[in-house]
Design a protein around this ligand. Structure first.
Ligand code: SF4
Length: 257
């Protein structure tokens, strides 16, 4: 008997049931930075200067973090643990939002209403995709880190095939466009051509902080939203597979939030 069969029998089923069931591995990941409850602007003088990507804003009586710009460097959490912390649970490693504004925390009430409306509109548009989807991935100037996390989705731990998610090389067969990278000018044309070549309804997922905002290159590149209309935003640099998995489940209507 092959060694792989013996290993399989020894390890049993390793596929995660997350988010349907808790997962110790998911809980061990840290998510994007959040502002601790009750942190006041007066408690964080100069905190904005800590951030290399300008994700922290202190204005009008409010400290906020734009997770779409956060590269998870940890400088703010190390310097001011009383103000900033790592997110966990559904908003942590599995963070994914249907509105760019929803990546700014703490959330304001208007954002909550807008998120509900965006979620309902997306669910209506993608009702036909609920059984199974084909995904086309485009690298629009990635450093390669997001690709490793996407690759992990095909392994036995995440096994997205069991959820009816398959990757395809052809835009003509794709329902979901998974975009990584900071949106380099040279990839704008190919990215748009891929999007235009996909049949309706189609869903665009921006995977990672670089795709959402340009990340560390945010002064010169702005991510992918200038080229294609993004439906779901996954923060992180790179985001863990749990975040990408959640975005795919939202895209296929298997998860509403
Ligand atoms: S962890 Fe995120 S918010 Fe904090 S300093 Fe780094 S990039 Fe900025």
């Amino acid at each position: 008997m092959s060694i792989w069969v013996l290993r399989g029998l020894r390890d049993g089923v390793v596929t995660t049931r997350w988010p349907g069931r808790p997962d110790e591995y998911a809980d061990s990941w840290r998510g994007p930075v959040v502002v601790r409850d009750g942190a006041a602007p007066g408690a964080a003088p100069g905190a904005g200067d800590l951030c290399p990507t300008g994700a922290i804003e202190i204005s009008a009586g409010r400290v906020s973090v734009d997770q779409g710009k956060c590269i998870l460097c940890g400088r703010c959490v190390t310097a001011r643990p009383d103000v900033f912390g790592w997110s966990a649970g559904a908003t942590g490693p599995g963070a994914a939002a249907v509105l760019r504004e929803a990546l700014v925390v703490p959330e304001v009430p208007q954002t909550r209403q807008a998120v509900e409306a965006a979620r309902a509109a997306l669910a209506d548009r993608t009702a036909a995709l609920r059984r199974s989807v084909h995904v086309r991935h485009v690298d629009a100037g990635s450093d390669g880190s997001e690709e490793w996390e996407i690759q992990a989705l095909l392994g036995p731990v995440y096994d997205v095939h069991r959820l009816g998610v398959f990757f395809t090389a052809s835009p003509r067969h794709a329902d979901v466009l998974l975009v990584t990278g900071a949106g380099t000018p040279g990839m704008a044309g190919p990215l748009r051509t891929t999007y235009d070549g996909m049949p309706d309804p189609k869903v665009v997922i921006a995977v990672g902080t670089d795709a959402a905002s340009g990340g560390l290159l945010g002064d010169t590149l702005t991510g992918v939203p200038a080229t294609v209309p993004v439906d779901i935003w996954v923060p992180g640099s790179p985001p863990p597979p749990f975040g990408i998995l959640k975005a795919l489940l939202v895209a296929t209507g298997k998860l509403v939030r």
